[in-house]
Design a protein around this ligand. Sequence first.
Ligand SMILES: [Zn+2]
Length: 351
Amino acid sequence: MRACVLTAPGGIDKLQITDVPDAHAPKAGEVRVGIRAAALNHLDLFVVEGLPGTAERFPHIVGADGAGFVESVGPGVSVLRAGDRVMINPGISDYTCEFCRAGEHSLCVNYRLLGEHLPGTVAELITVPAHNVARIPSLSPELTWAEAAAFSLVTLTAWRMLVTRAQLKSGETVLIWGIGGGVSLAALRIAKLHGARAIVTSSNDAKLDAARRLGADVTLNYRTQKISQEVRAITNKRGVDVVVENVGAATWDESLRCLRRGGRLVTCGATSGPQVSLDLRRLFWHHWSLLGSTMGNAAEYAEVVRRLGQGELRPVVDRVFPMDRVREAYERLAKGQQLGKVVVEVSSGDP
Ligand SMILES: [Zn+2]
């Protein structure tokens, strides 16, 4: 099968489109999916740079998100059939550890992500547990393959952050950094769905204009405005109820300056660097909650898919690249040029 592989760590130049052995035939509880489109995430940039703990075997097939047709099913799989249009939840859990048994699959002690610890989605075939596959809901207009591929990782991540971890309520104000990113855009959709007021930031005014059209109540340009000052002014010095963080080092201090007494900061990433400082006196004095979050559990995934079926969480696709231009797709993401998901078209035609 054709696939996009990383031949060694060290950057986008190490990506190649090549022929590799087909993904293995599905075993009990597994399905093999013929991928039509795969979406990139910031994670994929870390993988090509050789993040510790990521792929150690090369060539490594990249990509976490994907959508396509079920090509074949393994023994014991009754809910899916060959030909079903599906999208993939990239978080693979063992379904046996203490956390999985409690329904918290993204806390699994053996949690692994497609394209990071396991072969990924930028390939004509991938074999995954049937647990990790959801039928693409029927919508009007129908979801494109690119939209279906763009959905899972960021929507699941943002849902758990805002709904489960931060417990966002109607009427609250949420600050979302870097609105071009997929998690941030999904967070904006989810915040508006819950009746919250959304303040979003970007360094790019065109992205801020687009964010307003997508429902942002207040837009701030972090290159020309001091975010904490603006937020304090907008909220009558009170600060926001919730901050959605995925930038890390570059925004952390400002995030805390924006947070109200008793506020919640929820983070799922550190794209600008993982090391931050914290004055514990401010943490306890202000009764802050600092919340970590990664991906989401099976119930949360089912819920976001159900909401998608109601037309509520349609993902924003930035641009679609054919697979032989995959490096351009990575470059676009690396330069932060996107508004929404950068997608790679893997194959075309019926199953
Ligand atoms: Zn587990």
